[in-house]
Design a protein around this ligand. Structure first.
Ligand SMILES: C[S@@+](CC[C@H](N)C(=O)[O-])C[C@H]1O[C@@H](n2cnc3c(N)ncnc32)[C@H](O)[C@@H]1O
Length: 251
């Protein structure tokens, strides 16, 4: 494995991934592996692909694809998350991990056959109301730049409505969910940004029967654990007052 560190001046991080990186894998499952596999196969034999995992975190998705493709490049802003990935893949010479930002990918033009980005782009949205998706647009251009012509890109994210309707706990923490929701563009807006960057839109699909939290999703005791809350983008941002009200209502 090769590790390359490059500080980006465009680094932004609204969750403290350094603090949560050690427990991150306990709180998340990978969703959409079959969908990504199908997409990778659509542009040639998978075992010949150089794959980019943009915002790779602790390497959850790298783990799923590393033995099925020629090589994997992982880029993430958080050195803490990359440190966890490094522990897993240190003996694998086909994996390169780089510290950097999606809006300024530390990668060559046309370096990859395929790219994936899972549950990351809401970090690129700013809290400002105006132009809040500029970062996602910049990333779309970057993803296009680092892919070879006729490469494939799988973007795994949610719509704002899914933030409201997709989690049983949304009514317990309405303020945090409403803030988080603003970080997710509508599906049509997201598609327009990809087209603007040069992509043709293939398929958009809702992953049914797969939850980010796996079987834990239905456990009503989960929000009582601070480890679990820190691994969730909405719960980790809940203010003290809303948290205590949620705990009261949840009983
Ligand atoms: C919810 S985690 C998802 C990690 C991984 N893709 C997964 O599905 O397990 C979000 C990741 O995005 C990374 N991230 C946030 N902002 C970023 C940026 N501007 N550039 C690169 N990575 C970023 C965080 O450090 C974190 O590892």
């Amino acid at each position: 494995m090769t590790i390359i560190a490059a500080q980006s001046e465009h680094a932004t991080e609204y969750e403290d991934y350094k603090a949560t990186s050690g427990q991150y894998d306990e709180t998340r499952k990978r969703v959409g592996v079959a969908f990504i596999t199908e997409a990778l196969k659509s542009v040639g034999p998978m075992d010949e692909h150089a794959l980019l995992d943009a915002g790779c975190g602790t390497g959850t998705y790298i783990d799923a694809f590393k033995d099925r493709v020629r090589s994997v490049g992982g880029v993430d802003l958080s050195q803490g998350m990359l440190d966890q990935a490094e522990l897993k893949f240190r003996d694998d010479t086909t994996i390169t991990l780089k510290q950097g930002s999606l809006v300024e990918l530390p990668c060559e033009n046309g370096e990859f056959d395929a790219a994936t980005c899972n549950e990351v782009v809401y970090h690129l949205a700013s809290d400002e109301k105006l132009n809040r998706f500029d970062g996602i647009q910049e990333f779309a251009h970057e993803a296009f730049r680092v892919l070879r012509p006729v490469g494939v890109f799988v973007l795994n994210t949610s719509s704002p409505e899914q933030q409201q309707d997709g989690f049983w706990w949304a009514s317990l923490i309405p303020e945090a969910i409403s803030n988080l929701e603003k970080r997710f563009p509508e599906i049509e807006t997201r598609s327009e940004m990809l087209v603007k960057a040069g992509f043709e839109i293939g398929r958009t699909e809702v992953m049914k029967g797969e939850a980010l939290q796996g079987d834990d999703y239905l456990d009503p005791k989960d929000p009582l654990s601070s480890n679990w809350r820190n691994g969730d983008s909405a719960w980790s941002q809940v203010e003290a007052e809303e948290l205590s009200s949620a705990m009261e209502h949840g009983h």
